[in-house]
Design a protein around this ligand. Structure first.
Ligand SMILES: Cc1cc2nc3c(=O)[nH]c(=O)nc-3n(C[C@H](O)[C@H](O)[C@H](O)COP(=O)(O)OP(=O)(O)OC[C@H]3O[C@@H](n4cnc5c(N)ncnc54)[C@H](O)[C@@H]3O)c2cc1C
Length: 484
């Protein structure tokens, strides 16, 4: 099937993980591939920062579903282990509250009767939906859902039905409000409010429990660098600092006027921005208005700290929960402003990789959810105070004396993500999963406007996060090979 792509001129716009994976799959199918990236380096959100002897993963820090990455390597005729070393983390994460309650997410936690019941239903739902939803384009779904072997799994639907919210499901599975909040947090894995996210998204903790949370040795950048190395080895033409200004049916034009002829175009950037600014088609503006209607997923506010001393209470991944979760989402989604008392995620990669910090120091990557608002919020002015607020919450409620131990501090706001990644509002995952349609029918991979234009990455189907982005590339190239 894939040889239908042989000899085709394919242009991939954007070298995030989705763009790199699509480029490699197209090349494997025999296409002549050009990869155009506006930044100085490939990887998009998969980036790192080094300063004052510290190294931080600046984008994703938790790697899940490694089997999807392994499949990319296998499809390319490579072995992932020859290129990247993955380490399982146990516990996957440590959760803490200001009232002193805390627990580690590990096998023991998942074997509690309430957690085990949650996992049973979520596993059923995962088995029901993985092939038909996650690994397929909606146009391919009907063929897959009529599998009689799936029928018994339908009994798991009521517990996690798309018509109830994840917040409501959390109250059904856990009596303890701390654990309800824990389950609700998985809505933020795709930038959403747990009160509005379908309960079906409880498959995310199942995936984390079943397939584990992983750390890529050397840091997450190794993933982008490895895919870049394979692209170079396989003869993909890579152009950095090459910002695409316009996409027409058979031509991609850079900001500097340079043109690339194209039989096939794969766009890895934000779908909304592409229809708003880049795609030259009479229907593009109407399409942009249509897809702009559902709420955007939240962005992130990141603080990178170099900290003197090592705090033995911290694990590799840590969550410090706020006391009022609904208020956080209300402030971000309804009031459209940063949460006053946000839940704080702290990644400490030096726990697994000591070289990430100088001796007797630690490298804190702090991330809080933040509204994907760059017009209403003046991030340049607000960021210093918001940074200090986040540090103060940690110092006063969880990590006494932190402020005095800080030797390095910098931040990245939604405005920085918007500029760097060319995503509207700096949203990390495109669309929020609020309700059935935005959750399960994201802007399609195959553009309805141009028959040779495909999208890959977190703003199209099946969604954001590294494993899904890799799947989008797999689906997009399969669709192109069928339709070309
Ligand atoms: C702070 C943070 C934490 C995260 N945490 C996790 C996590 O723990 N686990 C996880 O799985 N995921 C996480 N994610 C999400 C994950 O990083 C993304 O879903 C994924 O990396 C997105 O990949 P992508 O292929 O969609 O493209 P992107 O990374 O968005 O890359 C798109 C690329 O296209 C380029 N581009 C755009 N427009 C143009 C143009 N016109 N011309 C040329 N180039 C263009 C951009 O410069 C960029 O390089 C996190 C993201 C962030 C930012």
């Amino acid at each position: 099937m894939t040889d239908r792509l042989a000899g085709k001129k394919a242009v991939v716009v954007g070298a995030g993980i989705g763009g790199l994976a699509a480029a490699l799959r197209l090349r494997k199918a025999g296409a002549q591939v050009v990869l155009l990236e506006k930044n100085e380096a490939v990887g998009g959100k998969v980036s790192e920062r080094r300063s004052a002897g510290f190294r931080w993963d600046l984008g994703p820090s938790l790697f899940t579903m490694p089997q999807i990455l392994d499949r990319l390597f296998a499809d390319l005729g490579e072995k992932r282990e020859d290129h990247l070393k993955l380490e399982p983390l146990s516990p996957t994460c440590r959760y803490r509250w200001a009232d002193g309650y805390q627990f580690d997410e590990n096998e023991f936690f998942w074997s509690r009767p309430d957690s085990a019941r949650l996992l049973r239903h979520a596993e059923g739902l995962y088995n029901l939906s993985a092939s038909a939803f996650l690994e397929s384009d909606p146009s391919e779904v009907w063929r897959k859902v009529w599998d009689p072997r799936l029928l018994p799994l339908l009994r798991h639907l009521p517990a996690m039905s798309p018509w109830r919210s994840l917040a409501s499901a959390s109250r059904k599975f856990y009596r303890d409000p701390h654990l309800q909040q824990f389950l609700q947090r998985f809505a933020t894995y795709n930038g959403s409010d747990p009160e509005l996210t379908p309960a079906t998204f409880a498959v995310i903790p199942y995936v984390q429990a079943r397939f584990g949370g992983w750390f890529i040795q050397g840091g997450i950048r190794r993933l982008a660098e490895t895919l870049l190395g394979l692209a170079q080895k396989n003869g993909i033409a890579i152009h950095l600092k090459a910002e695409v200004a316009t996409i027409e049916p058979h031509q991609v034009t850079l900001e500097n006027g340079f043109r690339f002829p194209a039989d096939l175009i794969f766009h890895n950037g934000d779908v909304l921005r592409a229809y708003q600014k880049t795609i030259l088609h009479p229907g593009a503006r109407a399409m942009a208005e249509k897809i702009a209607k559902p709420q955007r997923a939240i962005s992130g506010f990141v603080v990178l700290l170099g900290v003197k001393g090592k705090d033995a209470s911290l694990g590799h991944h840590n969550i410090f929960f706020s006391d009022n979760y609904p208020l956080e989402f209300q402030q971000m989604f309804r009031d459209r402003r940063p949460a006053e008392n946000p839940t704080i995620y702290l990644c400490l990669s030096a726990r697994s990789q000591p070289a990430d910090a100088p001796p007797d120091h630690d490298n804190y990557f702090l991330l809080v959810n933040a509204p994907a608002e760059t017009e209403r919020i003046d991030w340049a002015n607000e960021s210093p105070a918001y940074t200090d607020r986040i540090i103060r919450i940690l110092d006063e409620k969880f990590l006494p004396g932190l402020t005095k131990r800080i030797v390095h501090k910098e931040w990245f706001s939604p405005a920085d993500f918007e500029t760097r990644d060319a995503v509207v509002g700096g949203s990390l995952y495109g669309w929020a999963s609020h309700g059935m349609v935005p959750s399960f029918l994201r802007p399609p991979i195959h553009s309805p406007l141009m028959k040779n234009l495909y999208f890959v990455g977190g703003t199209t189907h099946p969604g954001g996060g590294l494993p899904l982005v890799l799947l989008s590339a797999e689906i997009a190239v399969r669709l192109a090979s069928k339709k070309t």
